[in-house]
Ligand binder design. Structure first.
Ligand code: GTP
Ligand code: MG
Length: 255
């Protein structure tokens, strides 16, 4: 049976690390074993105990001090160094006996998505397991209209670059202030509903462009739903599990 892994991706501070922990706990409470992987060499505190930790290979802070680098140059160098040793990532993940492998990634998602070293790391994950990406978008920044449409687009770009199926997820649903918009705040919305709000609420060139672009890419997404989750209340974690399984099963030989 193929090994299943979930790769948490998204902009800085979108909630990747907390969701890795919250979803891991949800899986453990449901009787599954979970292997945690930290691919972020910059993180100071982790709320879970990783079986593989990028910081055992390189710490961004050490690079800053030893090489006199600024934070951005240091994180780029750290990911490059990690990618050079991606065989270690591959071996660690391959040897994990857990039911699920949850992979936390750096906040600077552009390094993972747009630089070859980030892509090399994800390739190592792909050789060792069958991954599905969870692309987080902070719902406190907006859960409908242009924000949600841009989120869907970002998830599609991540899918395109990394060549793994990507599930877009609105994080921090408990803290979302934008409830009661044209889409009632619910556990999930259909991508089509998001597109409708573009037309009715936010007329203009940006909405028009998003309507057309998202309308075109939505058929390539692995899910027509955009679900909302909270790592604080646990809202939506069961829905996330169901959605991941739909995607795993859609991948073909996983049942
Ligand atoms: N209210 C609320 N806050 C959250 C939730 N998830 C994360 N946070 C908060 O958001 C902040 C960032 O969360 P992280 O999980 O560290 O985000 P991240 O994407 O891993 O951050 P980087 O790795 O630094 O990019 C923290 O202060 C958390 O307390 C959530 O579900 N609800
Ligand atoms: Mg993090």
């Amino acid at each position: 049976m193929p090994r299943l892994s979930v790769v948490f991706l998204g902009p800085a501070g979108s909630g990747k690390t907390f969701l890795t922990r919250a979803f891991g706990r949800w899986l453990e409470d449901s009787g599954f074993s979970v292997g945690y992987v930290n691919l972020d060499p910059s993180v100071e505190y982790l709320p879970y105990k990783p079986l593989f930790d990028a910081r055992d290979i390189i710490k961004t802070r050490d690079l800053m001090e030893k090489e006199n680098l600024g934070p951005n140059a240091a994180i780029v160098n750290a990911i490059d160094m990690l990618a050079e040793r991606n065989v270690l990532v591959y071996e660690a993940i391959k040897n994990m006996g857990s039911d699920y492998i949850l992979i936390d990634t750096p906040g600077q998602m552009e390094i993972v998505i747009f630089r070859s070293s980030g892509m090399r790391l994800i390739r190592a994950v792909k050789i060792a397991t069958t991954p599905v990406g969870v692309f987080l978008l902070d719902s406190t920044l907006g859960r409908w209209g242009t924000e949600a449409a841009v989120s869907i687009l970002l998830a599609a770009i991540a899918q395109l670059r990394l060549d793994i199926p990507m599930v877009p997820v609105l994080s921090k649903s408990d803290a979302s202030k934008l409830s009661g918009g044209p889409i009632s705040p619910s556990i999930h919305v259909e991508v089509d509903e998001v597109l409708k709000t573009l037309n009715t609420v936010e007329a203009g060139l940006l909405s028009e462009m998003l309507f057309e672009v998202v309308g075109s890419v939505k058929k390539y997404l692995k899910s027509g739903r955009l679900i909302a989750v909270s790592s604080v209340t646990g809202e939506g974690l069961d829905e996330l599990y169901k959605m991941l399984h739909e995607v795993f099963c859609a991948c073909g030989d996983l049942t």
